[in-house]
Design a protein around this ligand. Structure first.
Ligand code: UTP
Length: 277
């Protein structure tokens, strides 16, 4: 059983400056809900009711968001506005939240390792909230799809998506042997390759299920580009010594860490979610 989900939210969000100067990127709203709440809802709908945030300086509003605001509750109690808080109240009442801080932003691998004391020796999900994933055609959320696969294969799984050749340099790119439709056994992984060096156009997006041996693999991984510890390098080691699967998920994903993706997600959610409520 997977019970825990890690949210690394310590990054600087430099692509969104000045908006992210004193406000976490993960609190940027898509219509009227912060990105991070979409991510937590996806984790909870996959049965991951223990949510751990790896936060950093200037990220306190995330913890406040997932806590009761007594003043606000008092203000709107008994009014028609209570409905706006239903979703977040559900999460506050049904999720165990825990927090730890990454003191130096040394990359995603390092952020995940920082969460080790709160995860312990069990497999766990990882959600990068700036990748917003929405269900389409009545399918499960991406994390729920991955949990089903984990229950079958019991190894680390990364979510992948085909990207245009000129965008491979923004992602971790995999090479893999096809197992069944949409599922690959990873044979190689390269972080942000030049298009001519990319082994495929299958890009890792911000959803992972990791087995706990990943922590030692991260510890053994020397820092790569910009002194950052990449999760891709640790995953490649896992793939070489055991098995890592790559899963082409069902649904739609928006790169909300970029301005274009953020605007696209906003328009999509306004038309397809907000207006249809
Ligand atoms: P990104 O590189 O997309 O986020 O990291 P960023 O660094 O915040 O954004 P830019 O590039 O400066 O605009 C992917 C995820 O990993 C987290 C980020 O918060 C984001 O959710 N992260 C990254 C950490 O928690 N710690 C790190 O040291 C690096």
């Amino acid at each position: 059983m997977i019970r825990k989900c890690l949210f690394p939210v310590a990054g600087y969000g430099t692509r969104f400056l000045p908006a992210t100067k004193s406000m976490p990127k993960e609190m940027l709203p898509i219509v009227n809900k912060p990105l991070v709440q979409y991510g937590v809802e996806e984790a909870v709908s996959a049965g991951l009711n223990n949510v751990t945030f790896v936060t950093g300086r200037g990220k306190r509003s995330i913890a406040d968001h997932f806590d009761i605001s007594y003043e606000l509750e008092h203000q709107i109690s008994g009014t028609g506005k209570e409905q706006y808080l239903e979703g977040i109240r559900y999460l506050i009442n049904n999720v165990n939240f825990s927090y730890t801080r990454q003191n130096n932003m040394l990359g995603l691998g390092h952020a995940i390792l920082t969460g080790e004391p709160l995860i312990g020796d069990e497999a766990f999900g990882v959600v990068l909230a700036d990748d917003l994933c929405v269900e389409e055609d009545g399918s499960d959320g991406v994390m729920a799809q991955m949990v089903k696969l984990y229950n079958q294969f019991r190894c680390s799984i990364v979510a992948i998506e085909e990207v245009p050749a000129d965008e491979v340099n923004k992602y971790g790119i995999i090479a893999g042997e096809s197992m069944v439709d949409g599922l690959y056994r990873v044979t190689d992984m390269v972080e942000k390759p030049n298009p001519e060096d990319a082994p495929s156009n299958l890009a890792i997006i911000g959803r992972y299920i990791l087995t706990p041996d990943i922590f030692q693999k991260i510890r053994d991984t020397p820092p790569g580009r910009n002194g950052e510890v990449q999760i891709t390098d640790a995953l490649l080691q896992q793939a070489k010594e055991g098995c890592v699967l790559a899963y082409k998920f069902k649904g739609r994903r928006f790169d909300c860490g970029s301005i274009d993706g953020f605007v696209e997600a906003t328009n999509y959610c306004y038309e397809n979610i907000y207006k249809k409520k």
